[in-house]
Write a protein that binds this ligand. Sequence first.
Ligand SMILES: NC(=O)c1ccc[n+]([C@@H]2O[C@H](COP(=O)([O-])OP(=O)(O)OC[C@H]3O[C@@H](n4cnc5c(N)ncnc54)[C@H](OP(=O)(O)O)[C@@H]3O)[C@@H](O)[C@H]2O)c1
Length: 246
Amino acid sequence: MKAIVLGGTTGMGRAIARLLAERGDGVFLMGLDAPDLERSSADLVARHPGRGAIGFAVCDLERPEGFAGALDAADAALGQFDTVVVTAAMFATQEALEQDVELTRRLVTVNYANTVVFCEHARKRLIARGGGRLAVFSSVAGDRGRKPVIIYGSSKAGITRYLEGLDHKFYAAGLRVLCVKPGFVKTGMTAGLKPPPFAGEPDAVALRVVRAMDRQKPVVYAPAMWALVMLVIRFLPRFVMRRIGF
Ligand SMILES: NC(=O)c1ccc[n+]([C@@H]2O[C@H](COP(=O)([O-])OP(=O)(O)OC[C@H]3O[C@@H](n4cnc5c(N)ncnc54)[C@H](OP(=O)(O)O)[C@@H]3O)[C@@H](O)[C@H]2O)c1
């Protein structure tokens, strides 16, 4: 692969970037902070000297005017990327979002509107070169409207539907879309939240995601247990959802 990882300096994005670099794939990191990106790409080069190409560019999901330039930089460094992984997103608790409409605007813009815009730039390039892979992190929070994650979950629900539609329309053109639905995973995003019994680790999730990309699956839950949990939750009737706190 010649893979862009937007969000590749932290959490599950970093674990995926490391896994790809380890097996010799080209990796181009994108994220918010230039020094962080520089450190992370130097780390990949040091761990796997002489393997696939490594590079980086700043790409802020609040600044869509920078998307095309960042993708140009990835093309130049990798010699035309064929894979795009998007893990970058914002999280805030439902309580914080209910009290701050500006935070809500930012979160839904970053997690939905601007993620779609970034993916559209990437998707057009991939299809123009005969296809490729687009793997984007949604969440189990997007599977059902739930009290603790109404706003964050709605941004992920939008991404899930967008990716599903892309798969339907562009599969024949060679685009392989993967919608990743993590449950609770121990990363910076969930620091301070109480982990449930089957909370996942970033490295195990990365392995599951890369395997799903290799096998060209359209959807993957990680850890796997969440597929079962959400199967039950998806079928709970509305009067039950109104009563429970999940
Ligand atoms: N952890 C979980 O339990 C869980 C569950 C379900 C879904 N997810 C999803 O999984 C994905 C990865 O999350 P994670 O748990 O690995 O957390 P993470 O390490 O906090 O990753 C989120 C990344 O997004 C970046 N980011 C935030 N705002 C950005 C912006 N405006 N432009 C570009 N990058 C931005 C962050 O950069 P900085 O660190 O520099 O701010 C960070 O690198 C996210 O899409 C998340 O919604 C996570």
